[in-house]
Design a protein around this ligand. Structure first.
Ligand SMILES: [Zn+2]
Length: 238
């Protein structure tokens, strides 16, 4: 089985990193597709340098999760709303042939996230149209899509993945995104404090989802077809 995560910025995968780690640890394949290199996510580092830094950070985070990573090179905060991204994602889907796609819920806040979620969802369908000609041949419809994020209208999470055994990996892979958590204006000695604060929030959220699903720590998704189908396509789902 092949799980494909489609996000906008390096570190977006943190929402699902325990699931990705669990998936690869169980012998499956995972690919992280990032539509940008996050070149606008810093107060001080110039954009091109930041893109280089965040590319490396993403690569080491993905390595820890046992996943491949692909960048599409759109500009951070400028992911287009039109058909270009959709067409490119059709080719990504046709090329990678995922069994499961994880992406942003199309109604989340922030244009980049929303546009990626919308385009990925549409591309998962369009990829199977044989008369739609792109660089790659049509592929069967993606069996299942799972959404993460917080939609602007309430949508219930209905698929929980037990990641209790993968919390260390989740934390370690997030820690690779150093440009996103180091505070440059505080004492060197104290530079890991922001990471500890973020870790505490990540633990709290995973514990919350764990409580909702009867396990210690979990990640939660909104499914296209509901939990029963999730059991077919998420072989490690609990
Ligand atoms: Zn993001």
């Amino acid at each position: 089985m092949h799980l494909v995560f489609i996000g906008a910025h390096p570190d977006d995968e943190t929402s699902s990193s325990g699931t990705i780690a669990k998936y690869t640890a169980n012998g499956h394949e995972a690919t992280i597709v990032m539509t940008t290199r996050g070149g606008r996510g810093h107060w001080e580092i110039p954009s091109e340098e930041l893109e280089r830094i965040r590319t490396k950070e993403m690569e080491s985070a993905a390595k820890i999760l046992g996943a491949e990573v692909i960048f599409l090179d759109y500009k951070d905060a400028d992911v287009p709303a039109g058909d270009a991204l959709k067409e490119e994602l059709v080719d990504v889907v046709r090329n990678l042939k995922p069994d499961i796609v994880l992406t942003f819920h199309p109604m989340v806040w922030r244009d980049d996230h929303k546009r990626v979620g919308q385009a990925a969802t549409e591309a998962c369908f369009k990829a199977c149209l044989p008369l739609l000609e792109t660089r790659y041949l049509a592929h069967r419809p993606v069996p299942d899509i799972y959404f993460f994020g917080s939609p602007m209208v309430p949508v219930e999470k209905d698929v929980y993945i037990d990641v209790s055994e993968y919390m260390d990996v989740k934390m370690e892979s997030f820690a690779q995104h150093r440009s996103q958590w180091v505070k440059w204006d505080i004492d060197e000695d104290d530079s890991t404090r922001p990471l500890e604060e973020i870790r505490a929030r990540m633990l709290h959220r995973a514990r919350q989802y764990g409580l909702e699903s009867g396990v210690e720590y979990a990640e939660a998704f909104m499914s296209q077809y509901g939990r029963k189908r999730a059991l077919d396509f998420f072989p490690t789902v609990r």
